[in-house]
Design a protein around this ligand. Structure first.
Ligand code: NAI
Length: 297
């Protein structure tokens, strides 16, 4: 029976990229032992190192006790294989936004973990029902959609597929709430709530830019300074990762039967093809080479 286990118990995080590292930090700060697994050599170790640095920096700023930071670092490990997650009470998957990759991963994972382990995916836009479609026990899978940066953003969407068991959903929601998040329940429809509503923010900004209404830095400045948004659409795409944002655009577009309102923009595709992925690659719409963001030439 899937339920909520106390802090101290093991949480597995699969994928040590932007989101996986943030989720692992949250779980370890909430008192869990956390093991991070990544298929790419060295990626989980880099995630663990990055989290340790962030914990040290929080301690240096007085936002976290230094003993607490040391204890959290001691609870954080690199998993060399999925088998290392076998005693986990919760596994959160945060690998690339690709249906087949996620399906294969959960099909493998359900044979590794125990019956009481809750299984969650951080997908931004893929159908929970479709990811679970590759599983023997599809009722075990729940969408646990964090926002970037996961340690700071308050909301988590708890997403149900057609087969999701309410007890699993409640267990996953219980973990998010125990970690200090606000949860909202929703059904697995294209983009869920936030990404569905946010798609036009990116799409219309990209159209305005392609029509040369204004340059992207001006569009960002207008939305940020006069529109009341915390970040302009191009700054936000750079932070999310243009590859991740394009995958979400494409998946919502496909899932809505190719509704032209959601069609990915040429500019997005060109940037991804050129590996201008945003902050994580050092350059997206803006250039981050010297620390401060400047519009890229
Ligand atoms: P990322 O590209 O930063 O990291 C993905 C990681 O997954 C990489 O380290 C990669 O080596 C690893 N990986 C790929 N295939 C794997 C496999 N089969 N097994 C284990 N590890 C594997 O991506 P990011 O941004 O962290 O996104 C991860 C997930 O979170 C995606 O589903 C994305 O849609 C979702 N998401 C992303 C947000 C964002 O703002 N970047 C916000 C909310 C959700």
């Amino acid at each position: 029976m899937v339920g909520n286990a106390p802090s101290g118990s093991l949480v597995g995080v699969i994928g040590g990229g932007t989101m996986g590292a943030g989720i692992a930090q949250l779980a370890v700060q909430a008192g869990h032992a956390v093991a991070v697994y990544d298929a790419l050599d060295g990626a989980a170790a880099r995630a663990v190192d990055g989290i340790a640095k962030r914990l040290d920096s929080l301690a240096a700023k007085g936002k976290l006790g230094s003993e607490e930071a040391e204890a959290a670092k001691a609870r954080l490990t690199v998993a060399d294989s999925l088998t290392a997650l076998k005693d986990a009470v919760l596994v959160v998957e945060a690998v690339i936004e690709d249906l087949a990759v996620k399906q294969n991963l959960f099909a493998e994972l359900e044979d590794v973990v125990g019956a009481a382990c809750a299984l969650a995916t951080n997908t931004s836009s893929l159908s929970i029902s479709a990811i679970a479609g590759g599983m023997r026990d599809p009722w075990r899978l729940v969408g646990m959609h964090f926002f970037n940066p996961a340690p700071l953003m308050p909301l988590v969407e708890i997403v149900e597929g057609v087969a999701t068991d309410p007890a699993c959903r409640d267990a996953v929601s219980g973990y998010a709430e125990a970690w200090g998040k606000t949860t909202v329940r929703c059904r697995s429809t294209p983009g869920f709530i936030v990404n569905r509503v946010a798609r036009p923010y990116y799409a219309e900004a990209l159209r305005a830019y392609e029509e040369q209404t204004a340059d992207f830095a001006t569009i960002d400045a207008v939305l940020r300074e006069s529109g009341g948004f915390k970040m302009g659409p191009f700054e936000l795409m750079d932070m999310i990762g243009l590859d991740v944002n394009l995958a979400v655009s494409t998946s919502v577009w496909e899932a809505t039967g190719y509704d032209p309102r959601y069609a990915p923009a040429w500019t997005q595709k060109e940037h991804v093809a050129a590996k201008r992925l945003g902050r994580k690659s050092g350059r997206g719409f803006y250039d981050y080479a010297e620390g401060a963001a400047k519009p890229a030439p």
